[in-house]
Design a protein around this ligand. Sequence first.
Ligand SMILES: Nc1ncnc2c1ncn2[C@@H]1O[C@H](COP(=O)(O)OP(=O)(O)OP(=O)(O)O)[C@@H](O)[C@H]1O
Ligand SMILES: [Mg+2]
Length: 245
Amino acid sequence: MPLLDVENVSKAFGSLRALDNVSFRVEPGEIFGIAGPNGSGKSTLFNTITGIPFGPDRGRIIFDGVDIHRKAGHEIARLGLARTFQRETSFDKLTVFENVLISATYSKANRSPEEQRRNAVEALDVVGLPRSSQGRLAEELSVFDRKCLMLATAVAMQPRLLLLDEPASGLTKPEIETSIELIRRISGLGVTILLIEHVLTFLMSLSQHLLVLNQGQVLALGDPRSIIADPRVVEAYLGTRKAAV
Ligand SMILES: Nc1ncnc2c1ncn2[C@@H]1O[C@H](COP(=O)(O)OP(=O)(O)OP(=O)(O)O)[C@@H](O)[C@H]1O
Ligand SMILES: [Mg+2]
């Protein structure tokens, strides 16, 4: 059984069809890549899956056998689905540790405070944020460390499915390399990952399956190597703002 089954999902903003009949399945344990030019509906897809801020207009989303497309965002999160955002998102005036603890506390409300604190420390270790930075305010961190912090807050929820929206955007080449290792490490913990990225080489090095969106529709779906050679995919990427490779 797939861990995530997205069936004919559509979402419109007025006359704009941001998602138009999108269907795909994600198997447990895999890294599933999502590509597409600017405005093709990638982030909207994550919004509809997580219910934040909205679910789909039409279609069904089944997570581990549970119908989630009508559920509220917090209910979906508690089922074991966490996400990061395209822009670094954190509570700037709280410390690194407090940011992660909030997330551990929220998602594991039935655990003891000691266990929640342990979860938070473990999540920071997983993303490689040094323990010496735990007392720093989130706003003091570099862009890369803020991305790591956002990732740590998601990891602290101990999700079964993690949705990453362009984790490499705005990073330098060495930081991108570190991010690739980081995503592999999280995947190695048994977390299934949905990964949005513009940079196809980044997706190629990580994903077992790839979905390419174009103007809200599925342009290609399947094995990354054959998809990257598909002339329609190449064409969709030509002339886009960001580099495809
Ligand atoms: N809340 C919203 N209200 C109105 N239009 C929206 C909203 N969210 C997204 N859109 C529009 O839907 C389309 C898809 O946007 P989306 O952010 O999903 O694209 P994307 O593939 O993530 O793009 P990018 O690569 O730039 O992040 C765009 O035309 C966008 O302007
Ligand atoms: Mg986006």
